[in-house]
Design a binder for this molecule. Structure first.
Ligand code: ADP
Ligand code: MG
Length: 666
């Protein structure tokens, strides 16, 4: 039913409600309050703390007087009684309430009571529905929509013959003794008491998480059903490659390789993610997968989020396979048209076996001759329902994601719920924890001293600033100024270079190469080096204005050092010493464990905007809060699993609609 059937909803109001996503009566009753004002009614006594805001029930004892103090400033006073005590009430700028203050009327006063003066200074007075206003819902409103009106519309809607959709199956409603859906919705808007409100919320939270997990698991099931040609892999050759690597793979890496190979060999399409902390060695795992795919006669592609990273992966592959007869290529957006066309032509003719690139790889004119595997690095920036773009380049290609950002277990379940997960927990043997210290700008000498010590050992340093050019207003030093400062501090005796996103790719490549070859002592950059850059001889990371970065970013940046058995250091420089900043940064000095840090980040920032997931929209829950409701999520997951396995959902017509919704998600 359209909202226009409601009294008072004309074209204007309709448009305003539409803006909030409310089109139907059902949308309206599903527009939940985001919080509640709870008025704990108490009685006034002589012990009341005059500085505390309280709410009391009172009866009006006298008519009200209004004093006009000056323009737009007035005072309304009257007498009221509570707990057998008559006292004065004052409220400012509510002259218009005078007519409502009638002797004998029951009211609720919100404000502060001063026992000595026997005066109550009210910030608000409530008149209606005495018993019910103890808990008052608060809604997100927009211009043109008044609170009272929204409540009125919702109230009217609740009085209509509403057919509310119940998604929780009957047997679970009984198992958990949930109140029925209609009551839940009514109580959400007009809570009778705290207890019922809690039950109502529980119902809606569970329902939301149950249906979400249902979708995610059905999606996973659907994907697992997709068949593809089996890949025949010469395992001996794969093992040879592994044995000849310059290092020994860790147990977790070997386990990942096993998982992947058996996926490649199976007749079901692979949908796997490798999750591992920075520096845990995911790249080599992906590269081995590419080789395995090559052995089976297929092309494979690896997509990286930045050109810097793509180039690094490319050089890496070239290096590993320099003695093999394998054709390797790079494709990025900044290559000339001619270069691109050559690569595209070769891809089509199967003259390229392994290709690395940025998003450019998946533009329309790129065609593969026989694509068998797509690997996406740093995939955590996309959500469940958004990973579709890569899969149209070949017949049911195997799909492997790699995420360098450990995410909280809650998110893993929801974001990666549709994937098989392999985890790399252990770092390569011999790695030392990065020693992390917080400094303020007045201690910069200590940092310089440490840099000097490291340079003497022929080690290299990263310096990161949030911006390229100075910002006077925010008092931020950009990379260019920092470069000059370092040159000055070291009497021009060392090599300092800068790296940032505004440089051309050739320039960037040159700088990174020089840094790799130890021709640069200090590399001053923006966060372009955040993801993936790998130089083992770099042992120190200095981050200016560390307070401006999120915990996960800082952890990623720190992950640029500590990539060999050399002791490494990370200096976080900040002049902000408020508690929040301190708590965040201290977290890094205490731990090198990305999983721990992501949990902390999650706690401190709340759910919603972690790693940009919010932008994907799909992680937005109406009622549920993943952090708070984690236990419910786990339960909902178990329950929806049974619901699917026993095919109970076939008995619920309402699930047909959900299944339709996910049918087209690849
Ligand atoms: P990330 O997981 O962050 O992507 P990388 O794949 O870039 O990490 O690996 C970090 C560094 O560790 C690389 O220089 C890589 O060659 C090296 N590495 C990977 N696996 C091992 C291992 N088992 N032993 C020693 N070094 C390794
Ligand atoms: Mg990586």
């Amino acid at each position: 039913m359209n909202i226009e059937v409601l009294k008072g909803v004309g074209a204007t109001t309709k448009n305003i409600l539409n803006e909030l996503g409310i089109y139907t009566i059902n949308d309206l009753v599903n527009y939940y309050p985001f919080r509640y004002n709870v008025y704990n009614l108490i009685d006034i006594t002589n012990d009341i703390d005059e500085s505390l805001q309280i709410s009391i029930k009172a009866k009006v004892e006298s008519n009200a007087n209004v004093f006009y103090i000056k323009k737009n400033f007035n005072r309304l006073t009257f007498k009221a009684v509570n707990n057998n005590r008559v006292f004065n009430v004052t409220i400012f700028n509510r002259a218009f309430l005078k007519k409502n203050i009638t002797i004998g009327r029951d009211i609720i006063l919100i404000g502060k009571y001063n026992p000595k003066k026997n005066t109550f200074v009210a910030s608000d007075i409530k008149f209606k529905d005495f018993d019910k206003i103890k808990i008052e819902p608060v809604y997100h409103l927009i211009n043109g929509l008044k609170y009272a009106n929204l409540c009125k519309y919702i109230d009217e809607a609740l009085h209509m013959e509403l057919k509310v959709d119940e998604y929780i199956p009957t047997y679970l409603l009984e198992k958990y003794k949930f109140i029925d859906k209609y009551t839940a919705i009514k109580e959400i808007h007009k809570p009778s008491n705290i207890n019922i409100l809690k039950q109502a919320k529980l119902h809606l939270i569970y329902e939301e998480l149950f249906t979400f997990m249902f979708k995610v698991q059905m999606l996973k099931n659907n994907k697992q059903k997709i068949l593809k040609p089996v890949k025949n892999i010469d395992i001996e050759k794969v093992n040879n490659l592994i044995t000849n690597l310059p290092f020994k793979l860790t147990t977790d890496q070997l386990k990942c390789v096993d998982d992947i190979i058996s996926d490649l060999k199976s007749d079901k399409r692979m949908n796997r993610i490798v999750i591992g902390d920075v520096g845990s060695g995911k790249t080599i795992v992906g590269q081995i997968a590419m080789y395995a795919c090559f052995l089976a006669g297929y092309q494979s592609a690896m997509m990286a989020p930045t050109e810097v990273l793509a180039t690094q992966h490319y050089n890496n592959l070239k290096n590993i396979f320099k003695d093999y007869d394998i054709n390797i290529a790079l494709l990025t957006g900044s290559m000339t048209k001619k270069e691109k066309n050559t690569v595209i032509e070769k891809l089509k003719n199967k003259e390229i076996d392994l290709i690395v690139g940025t998003h450019a790889l998946f533009t329309d004119n790129v065609e593969f001759s026989c694509l068998g595997l797509v690997i996406t690095d740093e995939q955590h920036r996309f959500g469940v329902l958004q990973r579709t773009m890569l899969h149209n380049k070949g017949e049911n290609v195997d799909i492997l994601y790699m995420s360098a950002t450990p995410i909280p277990r809650t998110y893993a379940l929801t974001i990666y719920g549709d994937l098989d997960v392999s985890t790399i927990k252990t770092k390569p043997a011999g790695r030392k924890e990065v020693i992390t210290t917080i400094y303020n700008n007045s201690q910069i000498k200590d940092v310089l001293h440490q840099i000097y010590e490291e340079i003497k050992l022929n080690h290299q340093i990263y310096v990161v600033s949030p911006i390229i050019e100075n910002n006077e207003e925010l008092d931020l030093k950009g990379v260019e100024e920092l470069k000059n400062k370092f040159l000055l501090a070291f009497n021009n005796k060392i090599n300092v270079e800068i790296l940032h996103s505004r440089m051309s790719n050739d320039e960037k490549d040159k700088i990174l190469n020089d840094f790799k070859n130890n021709k640069i002592n200090i590399l001053v950059s923006t966060t372009v080096i955040e993801v993936g850059v790998d130089v083992a001889n770099a042992t120190m990371m200095v981050i200016f204005n560390a307070e401006r970065f999120g915990l996960s970013t800082l952890h990623q940046l720190r992950g640029r050092v500590g990539r060999s058995n050399l002791q490494s250091y990370c200096s976080l420089i900040t002049d902000k010493d408020n508690d929040k900043t301190k708590e965040r940064l201290t977290c890094l000095t205490e731990s090198n464990d990305g999983f721990y840090i992501s949990e902390k980040d999650f706690e401190l920032r709340g759910h919603g905007d972690l790693f940009g997931v919010k932008q994907s929209g799909e992680m937005h829950f109406n009622m549920a809060d993943l952090n708070r409701d984690y236990k419910i999520l786990l339960q909902a997951k178990e329950d929806s699993k049974e619901f699917i396995e026993k095919k109970y959902y076939q008995d619920y017509k309402i699930y047909d609609k959900i299944l339709k919704d996910i049918e087209f998600i690849d």
